[in-house]
Design a protein around this ligand. Structure first.
Ligand code: DC
Length: 222
């Protein structure tokens, strides 16, 4: 397959629904999917576990260099402590550089699908896929929604999972991460110029999926 496969880049702020649409697109188009946020979460989590400080470039770089791919399966990466630590280590340019090769290699040489069949390409979601990791992606999407709508969705998701949550706290966390993700100098969160931008504040998940698929089909002839 190699570089002949299609590459779909999906970027956007925290809790905008990137993962949901990426999973459905991956299934429909037989693409291997990489949630790149998990890489940053794993680095942040490893720093915390080692008793380090996620804002410390030395600690974060060591964790990125020694990242164990097995850690990507750890459910603790989904928790908010890991998310906050992720957005801190993501500010550090050396950490980003360290994770770049892994992401590009995945895009260019996607692993087989879960059923063992070869992937038709790759879909990566994150913050800087279309701008930095895969600037030549076949199609780029930027999925966003207002901070309040994202906090509301995240809040409901936490309650459904049986976790305790306070809406105001969830909103505060999202705003804090947005500010850090957009304000950093290394690959800040921004919509690529050639991306389809979808503000999903008033769209259902089905509508987002349909729009995304239509756009990708218009870009990719296969
Ligand atoms: O998508 P997520 O919430 O799992 O991402 C966690 C953090 O990782 C996010 O706040 C910023 C960082 N990140 C990044 O800087 N670049 C990416 N491509 C993906 C995530």
């Amino acid at each position: 397959m190699g570089t002949l496969g299609i590459v779909i880049a999906i970027d956007g702020p925290a809790a905008a629904g990137k993962g949901t649409v990426a999973t459905r697109l991956a299934q429909e188009l037989s693409l291997a999917k990489l949630d790149t946020g998990l890489l940053y979460r794993a680095v942040g989590f490893a720093v915390l576990q080692a008793g380090g400080d996620p804002d410390d470039a030395g600690h974060a770089y060591e964790a990125a260099k020694n990242l164990d791919p097995e850690l990507l399966k750890n459910p603790a990466l989904r928790l908010d402590d890991a998310a906050q630590a992720a957005s801190k280590v993501a500010v550090i340019a050396e950490v980003r550089a360290q994770l770049l090769d892994f992401q590009r290699d995945f895009a260019n040489n996607p692993p087989p699908l879960d059923d063992g069949t070869p992937a038709q390409g790759a879909i990566l979601d994150g913050r800087d896929i279309g701008t930095t990791v895969c600037p030549d992606a076949s199609a780029k999407l930027f999925i966003t929604a207002s901070g309040e709508v994202r906090a509301e969705r995240r809040y409901k998701e936490l309650l459904e999972r049986g976790e305790k949550a306070i809406y105001a706290r969830v909103l505060e966390d999202i705003k804090e991460r947005d500010a850090r993700d957009q304000g950093r100098s290394a690959s800040p969160l921004a919509a690529p110029k050639d991306a389809l931008v979808l503000d999903t504040s008033e769209m259902s998940a089905d509508e987002v999926y349909a729009e995304a698929l239509k756009f990708i089909r218009s870009r990719v002839s296969a």
